[in-house]
Design a protein around this ligand. Sequence first.
Ligand code: UD1
Length: 343
Amino acid sequence: MNKFVLVTGGAGYIGSHTVVALQQKGYTPIIADDFRNANEVVLKGLTQILGATPILHRIDVCDAAALNQLFEQYNFEGVIHFAAYKAVGESVEKPLAYYQNNLVGLINVLSMLEKHDVRNFVFSSSCTVYGEPKGEKEVSESTPKQAPESPYGFTKWMGEQIITDFHKSSAKSKLMNLRYFNPVGAHASALIGEYPIGKPNNLLPFVTQTAIGKHAHLTVFGDDYPTRDGSCIRDYIHVTDLAEAHVAALEFLAKAENGLLEAVNIGTGTGSSVLEIVAAFEKVTGKALPHQIGPRRAGDVVEIYANASKGQELLGWKARLTIEDAIRDAWAWENYLAASAQQ
Ligand code: UD1
């Protein structure tokens, strides 16, 4: 019997890798994506990896009627909800669009769980809910949440609050907030990866685009922070590991007899500085990466990395891949994109 899993935003960066991980574990992923922030290149790559066109419904999760139809069509084992806007800077420019899309989408999906008695739900949350950690830079799930820096961050923070209140009203629901640290890398085949629209804001896509010649240099946003080399520190997690964490979360929820709500950090447990990423890129690819030190970027957290022990204890999941793996795969994907553009 098919085990259908709804993956909203399943044509996006993390969503597409999760679709692959689900199929590998014998699930039938059903993608709901309106392609406003996804690309046909990824769909083509996904089709090649899966060996068949994925089941795709081009719908907007803010369209409650369309979503309802989907829940009538399939008997979902669970839902993994990615569909949301994710650019921090853009969220400052367009806060209403972020609150509207990210929160209405979430509310619609939760309403469908209730209406159609689907119990298992995984939410795409972020370490942004911890804000700038006070004192200890390694954060665990019990580290108090703090106000994030951006409307984007608040949509994740508020999303978790909505889920908490939903759980109180729906004791049978089994809900998990996965708090991602910094997703990087691409599928080992280099057929899917992150497809930044416009100039990327995130570090690794900017690094690979610079190395391929799209930008003259990378600007390192600040080298005067109180860290080991003065640049900011993050916990970079390979997207394939991250995708597998979703499947582990779903399996955990499916097995649980009673309702529950948990938050789990998805990181490696190790931080890397921006300058360490530059050095690692040069080492892995053998290419010099032009870079300059620039001013600090407003709103940047200085240093944060995951205490990743709960993921292992609760889900039996831990990161397998290294930052070098992620750099190698992101670089292969950048080269694949360049080759596809020339065809
Ligand atoms: C940000 C968000 C996070 C979101 C994530 C993914 C915050 C505090 N965090 O993470 O919630 O989930 O994006 O979209 O808003 N850097 C450079 N030069 C560049 C680009 C980045 O030096 O050209 C540095 C940044 O200053 C930072 C590090 O690289 O220290 C990582 O930046 P980025 O990839 O944008 O991720 P975060 O800011 O950690």
